[in-house]
Design a protein around this ligand. Sequence first.
Ligand SMILES: [Ca+2]
Length: 659
Amino acid sequence: MCTKLLPRPAQKILTSHGHRIAIMAALLGACPQPGSAAPNFSEWAQATIVPLHNWFEPDCRWWNPFNWCPPSIGLHRGTSWWNSANIIESTIDYTSLTGDQTFWPDVEAAFNAVDDADTVARNPSVTDDEGWWALTWIRAFDVKHDQRFLDRAKFIFRDMTDFWDNKCNGGIWWDKAKTHKNAIENELFLTIAARLHLRTAGDRGAGSFIDWANKEMDWFLAPDGMISNSLVNDGLDMNTCKNNGQFTWTYNQGVILGGLIDMAASAGAGMTTKDSTFYIGLAERIADKVVSDMSSNHNGILTEANGRSCAGNDCPQFKGIFMRNLALLNQVRPKDSYREFLVSNAETLWFKARSSCSDDVSIPYLGVDWSGPYDGQKAPESQSAALDAILAAVPFGGRNRAKVATTQSVQCAPSEGVANAIDGNFGTKWCGSGGGPHTLLVDLGTTMKIAGITIRHAGSGPNEPDRSHHNWNTRDFSIQFSPDGASWTTVGVTGNTCDVTYHSFPPQTARWLQLSIQRPTDGDAPAARVYEFEAFETIVSSLSCSGAMVLCAGVCADLTSNQGNCGTCGHACQPGYVCTTGQCTNSCPGGRTPCRGSCVDVHSDPSNCGSCGHACAPGQGCTSALCTTCEACVCADGFRSSACGNTAACQHVCRAHGG
Ligand SMILES: [Ca+2]
C-alpha cells in the first residue's frame, strides 16, 4: 500500500563554491500506483534526481592529496569518470525539460572541478571516457548558450583525433596504448564531430569537424564492420579488422542514433558522403531492431541482449543512453512504436523497479532491471539510467505549457468550465454543450516548439458516468498550431475511441493551439468532454546556434550551404542543384541540366529535348535541342541502328543484333 510521504526538512548542501543551497527533498507529494494516476514524468524525474545530487562530490578529485572519497575516480560517489559525464548530461536534460534550475549548480561545479587539460588527463588510458564529457558539454552549450562549454568539447575532440590512424583502414583507438578499436569510442567520435560541425559556422574542408565525421561514418559503415543485422556490436577483431561478433550493448545502439541524426542534419551541398535519407533510414532500422528484438523477452522493456547480466559500474548505465537517443530520433522521425516504448519503459521502471515507499520515505531508488522487482540497487549508474528513461518520456507527460484556455461553447454545468481543461487536475473536466462544433483555444503565453500533445477524454475521468462512457471519448477532432494566430497547421484524428490520446509530431512552432472537435462522441450525444489538454515542448527547442548558423526545424543550418535550408529555412534544393551562397545552383558538369535526379543533355536527349521532361515523339531524334525526324543510319557490319539522328549519332548508338 502506497502511503503519502512525509515531508522531509530542507537539506543543506555545500557546493564547491561554498554556497549553501537548500534542496527541498520533500518532492514526492504522494506515491503513484499503477493506474491510480496519469504519469507525471516531470514529477518522477524531480524525485529521481535527488539521490544523484546527494552523491555528487565536486571536490572528489583523483589528484586530491586527501583523496577523501575513494574508490571513486568520478565526480559522483562510488562511480567512475565516464558515468559522471552521463549523470551531468542527465542533469542538464533535467534542467532543460522541467525548467527546474535547482540542480544546475552541479553542472557548473562539475565544469569548474577540472580544466580542459584535466578533463582529458583525468583518465589517461582510454578515449571514450573523455568523449562522453564532450557530448555533455555540447548539451550544456545548447541549454545555456555559453561558449565555455563548446570550447571544452572542441578541446576534448582534438585530443581524440590524435588516436586516429590507418590500422584497419581508420577509426580511433579505444585505449591510448593502441591495442583495440571498438565501437563506442568511434560512435562518440562521429557524434561529437557532427555536433560540433552543426555548431561551428563555416566548418568545411579538410580537417574540419564534418570532414572527420565523414571519415568516421564511412569507416564505420565498411563491410564486415561493426554494424551487422541492424545492430552495432562491441568492436573489431584486430587480427582480421572485422566485426568481432561480441555483444550488442544497448549503449552501442544509442550513441550511433545521435550520430546518424546529426549526419542527416549536416547533409547537403556535398557536406556528407550520403544523403539525409540514408542516415535517418539506418537510424530507424537500428532503433526498430532494439525496440522489437532486444526487449522481446521482457514484454517490451529494454534489457541488454538476451537478458545478459548487467552488473558493475558500466553496464547499468547503458540503457539510459539508448533511451536518451531514441527520444532524439523520435523528435525527427516520430513513430507510435517509439512513443509507446518510451512511455511504457518509464512507467514500468517507476512502478515495478522502484524502492517502495515504505522502504524509504524520502527518496526513490531505481533498480537495474526495469521490469522489476526492485533489486535493492542504490547506485549512481542505475539511478541516472532510470532518470534518462523518465526524461525521455517527459514530452508525453511532462510539464503542460498551456497557460490560458478559452471556448465559445456553453459549459454544461457550473463546475465544468473551460479552465478545467488545463488546470493540471486529471479529475476536473471541461464540458461544452450545445450544437457545436466545439473548439478549445489554448494560449501558451509565448512562442515555443511543441512536439507532443496529450488529451484526456471523457473515459479517463474518475467519476461516473464519464468513467464508464468510453463512447463519449472525443471521436473526430483536429489539433491546429499557430505562431501568430493567423496561419495554422493542422493534425487530424478521426475515429478515436481511446480514453487518452497521445500525439507526437515534428516540433511545431506555436503560441496558440486549437482543438477543433468535429464529432464530440461516438453517437448522437452533442457535448464535448475533455479532462485535460496538455502541450509539451520539444527537448531540442533550446538548441542554440553559433555564429551565422540558424535554427531550422530543430537543427542548426548554414543557410549559405545547407541543402535542405538554402537561403531560408525550409527551402530545399532539388536533386541536381547545390546550395551555393544561399542559392540553389546547377551542379551538372559540362552544361548539362539537372532532371529527375540525374544530369541530362537537353541538346541531344530525345527524352528531355530542349528541356527536362520534354520527350520527342516516337521515331524522332533530338538534335540541337530540337526534335527531328529520323534519317537512315549507316552502321558497320554486324550492327544495326536502334535510334536515329545524324550519322555520327547513329554510329554512336548502333548495337549488336538482338541487343
Ligand atoms: Ca482538468
